[in-house]
Design a protein around this ligand. Structure first.
Ligand SMILES: Cc1ncc(COP(=O)(O)O)c(C=O)c1O
Length: 374
């Protein structure tokens, strides 16, 4: 098996037998011709069921995560819905307390109506996880680093606890794509990605993926939902995601380095009360992150020393950063997180979340320096 960097650099680059083109063609066809005997000689019938470009992405993502199967969806949340719909009414799910708020809303507002029970638990505390487990717990939903507090869950330890009960451990690894972290290697059963972020990497694709350790009955249900419910990733989105994956290693190297520099700068700034970045030795999850991640990622958040209005004012003054939601693109983004999350969010009102891009680090530091002036 080639190294991960090699798998990624060749994503979507199987030479086309018809033309010799080194970049695989984009298959936009929605339907595929039957042979005279009625069979589908290339295995494709209709694009909602399967599409060659999407299939190529799924195979590459499964290899990159060290899994056996992958299904891609029209967004990270559509992938999340397929997992939740594969559970039964009355099943119990444990969600990390700092899970992406969209997933929490989905579970508590939508799936509660269909009889899914949920507990919100601090998964950095293994004792809390153990005591939240019930006989009907079927799924534990972790996210590490988490959004937006960058809490770190010890995946190996959590997987051991979850496996003993027969439940599944799902890890939303959107903030730590395969080069930074491979949850399946640490014992997780499923990995979820919002492809919208680092994997596609250019803020121009909306997509989601699930990679499974075992191609079992649960994953068969997810795949069936992909075809039956139809929230599939479109072929152009799949093609663009592979194009993005080809440069993931290079992008992440710069993003991690820039984030490290920014976190250090912010940690020493008098108008910053707290920096959340697992690469800082002072971060509560630093040692676990150093063990389970190859590097600490391009995401960080910080709390402004002052009021919510002052935090908003800092976000309003940036000129190199863009003031917008989302993450993982080439451009640096800053966002006042609590104002887009529901009122019961745990996010401090003075917190700004930063997605670090590929700009020169001196431009980023200078921009935050001028934005943080009182
Ligand atoms: C950690 C995490 N998971 C899932 C999602 C949802 O992904 P999408 O926006 O592609 O539906 C997001 C979106 O911000 C995210 O940050």
């Amino acid at each position: 098996m080639p190294h991960l960097e090699t798998i990624l650099a060749h994503a979507g680059c199987v030479p086309d037998p018809a033309t010799g083109a080194v970049v695989s063609p984009l298959h936009l066809a929605t339907t595929f011709e039957r042979a005279p005997d009625g069979s589908y000689p290339h295995g494709y019938l209709y694009s909602r069921h399967g599409n060659p470009t999407r299939h190529q992405l799924e195979t590459t993502l499964a290899a990159a995560e060290g899994g056996t199967a992958c299904a891609t969806f029209s967004s990270g949340l559509a992938a999340s819905v397929a997992v939740l719909q594969s559970l039964q009414a009355g099943d119990h799910v444990i969600l990390a307390d700092d899970v992406y708020y969209g997933v929490r809303v989905l579970v508590t507002e939508q799936f509660a109506r269909w009889g899914l029970e949920a507990s919100i638990v601090d998964l950095t505390n293994l004792e809390a996880l153990k005591s939240a487990l019930r006989p009907k717990t079927r799924l534990v939903w972790a996210e590490t680093p988490s959004n937006p507090l960058l809490k770190i869950t010890d995946l190996q330890a959590a997987a051991e606890v979850v496996q003993e009960t027969g439940a599944r451990l799902l890890v939303d690894s959107t903030w730590a794509p395969p080069l930074l972290q491979r949850p399946l290697d640490l014992g997780a059963d499923l990995v979820l990605h919002s492809l919208t972020k680092y994997l596609a990497g250019h803020s121009d694709v909306l997509g989601g993926a699930l990679v499974a350790r075992a191609d079992d009955a649960f994953f068969a249900s997810i795949r069936a939902l992909q075809a039956q419910a139809g929230a599939v990733l479109d072929p152009f989105g799949a093609w663009l995601t592979m194009r993005g994956m080809r440069t993931l290693a290079a992008r992440l190297r710069i993003q991690c380095e820039n984030a490290r520099l920014l976190a250090t700068f912010l940690a020493g700034h008098p108008h910053v009360a707290r920096v959340h970045y697992p690469g800082l030795a002072s971060h509560a999850g630093h040692e676990i992150a150093a063990r389970q991640m190859r590097d600490f990622g391009g995401m960080l958040s910080f709390e402004v020393n002052g009021t919510e209005a002052e935090a908003m004012a800092v976000a309003a003054r940036v000129q190199v950063f863009r003031r917008a939601t989302s993450l993982g693109g080439t451009e640096s983004l800053i966002e006042h997180r609590a104002s887009i999350e529901p009122p019961d969010s745990l996010t401090p009102r003075t917190l700004l979340r930063v997605s670090v891009g590929l700009e020169h680090p001196k431009d980023l530091v200078a921009d935050l320096e001028q934005a943080l002036r009182k």
